[in-house]
Design a protein around this ligand. Structure first.
Ligand SMILES: NC(=O)c1ccc[n+]([C@@H]2O[C@H](COP(=O)([O-])OP(=O)(O)OC[C@H]3O[C@@H](n4cnc5c(N)ncnc54)[C@H](OP(=O)(O)O)[C@@H]3O)[C@@H](O)[C@H]2O)c1
Length: 369
């Protein structure tokens, strides 16, 4: 293993998930072992780590098919032990969660490029079989199927780090990876172009604020949906017009806002009770793309709308590897902006997650080790 000249300690501060449950399932340790990279890994000194719903969903077991309600930060009574994670398989405890790391490479395994040492990097969170990167059966997520970034140090495969040149702060950079790659994956799967009008749900959140910026980057017209207190923030990110989180009549709200009752694309991370209205406002041949269901996974679908209107539905989770590198380029060229709502010390992760769950913020929240 090659290391930077500064000494690497043997123990570190880390927030460790010990079981599925509420915020008390997270325990802070000051003497957790610093991981050692294997031949293909690098050791990252974590400078900042962004929060994500996947940490909350995994902690609470929301991904379990036994859970049918909206995401909440507390635990659920009826989680099935067999499928409590995004990939539908159990995880092992203890587990350090946290995916969106901005940090510095301080050591590398023997197969990794030693020139990475000292580089500022973002993490590409999709763990892959690098012999067959789009084999979805061989994927995992940083902070879920392996330890992540709610700690002072983390290890990750050399192919999962992206060096970045940017004047943004570590905390600002830690807002991007999960939300922006997810958003870009959705837009690319729905083939969004400058001919589209894209309706973005949850436009004030991490993925939603990235969807707004990335759809505008593609030249599309963007209609955002969010709580009214956050409309000004999302308009500043480039949304052409904003609608409430759940308009009473979405068709007439659209007609009033953009002069037409339909859109060509719905990019949805909210789902729940508004879903049927979202599908009804798609024009013939429209595309619905989905990466989340924060307001509830169980929805009503009129199949006649789907087939009679020639709609295309795409789910989007495991994305092509190039998308991470594309997003790094967009950040470096200033084509997308960070939306950093707040930072907390790592030791206050529970408070940070509570604020994240309360949803009074726009964008994302980041912890600093
Ligand atoms: N498939 C993937 O790879 C992937 C990756 C990232 C995220 N996700 C999923 O996508 C969803 C959104 O993630 P995110 O990081 O953007 O979340 P977020 O930052 O928490 O934002 C979600 C937004 O949804 C809005 N919302 C509408 N109805 C809601 C409700 N009933 N409860 C809570 N919020 C509601 C909120 O906006 P207002 O308060 O303004 O209405 C909030 O800003 C989550 O379900 C997450 O698990 C999936």
């Amino acid at each position: 293993m090659a290391t930077a000249s500064n000494e690497i300690p043997t123990t570190m501060n880390a927030f460790v998930l010990t079981e599925h449950g509420d915020l008390n399932a997270l325990k802070f340790h000051t003497d957790w072992p610093v991981p050692t990279p294997n031949d293909d890994q690098v050791l990252i000194k974590v400078k900042a780590c962004g929060l994500n719903n996947t940490d909350i969903n995994t902690r609470t077991g929301w991904y379990s098919k036994a859970v049918t309600e909206a995401t909440s930060g507390g635990g659920y009574d009826k989680v099935d032990d067999e499928d409590p994670t995004w990939g539908g398989a159990p995880i092992t405890f203890p587990r350090i969660q946290g995916a969106d790391v901005c940090g510095e490479v301080v050591a590398v395994g023997k197969n990794a490029d030693a020139s990475l040492i000292g580089r500022r990097v973002l993490t590409d969170n999709w763990l892959r079989d690098w012999a067959d990167p789009m084999n979805r059966e061989g994927t995992g997520y940083f902070g879920s199927e392996c330890d992540g970034g709610y700690a002072e140090y983390a290890v990750l495969d050399r192919r999962n780090v992206g060096p970045i040149d940017s004047t943004l702060t570590d905390a600002e950079l830690a807002t991007f990876s999960c939300s922006s790659t997810t958003a870009e994956g959705m837009l690319s799967r729905a083939n969004v172009t400058d001919k589209d009008t894209v309706l973005v749900t949850g436009a004030s959140g991490g993925v939603g604020s990235a969807l707004v910026q990335l759809a505008k980057r593609r030249g599309a017209r963007v209609v955002g949906m969010a709580s009214e207190a956050k409309h000004a923030d999302v308009l500043k990110l480039g949304a052409d017009v904003m609608l409430p989180r759940s308009p009473t009549n979405l068709q007439s709200a659209l007609k009033q806002a953009i002069g037409q009752e339909t859109v060509t694309v719905v990019a949805d991370i909210v789902g729940g009770p508004t879903f049927p209205d979202l599908v009804e406002v798609l024009s013939r041949g429209g595309r619905y793309t989905c990466s989340g269901a924060i307001a509830g996974p169980m929805v009503d679908l009129d199949l006649r709308t789907l087939y009679l209107n020639d709609l295309t539905f795409t789910g989007s989770t495991v994305i092509e590897p190039h998308i991470f590198h594309d997003v790094v380029g967009y950040i470096e060229r200033g084509e997308i902006k960070p939306v950093l709502a707040a930072t907390y010390p790592l030791a206050d992760l529970q408070k940070a997650q509570q604020a994240f769950i309360d949803k009074k913020h726009t964008g994302n929240i980041v912890v600093i080790p």
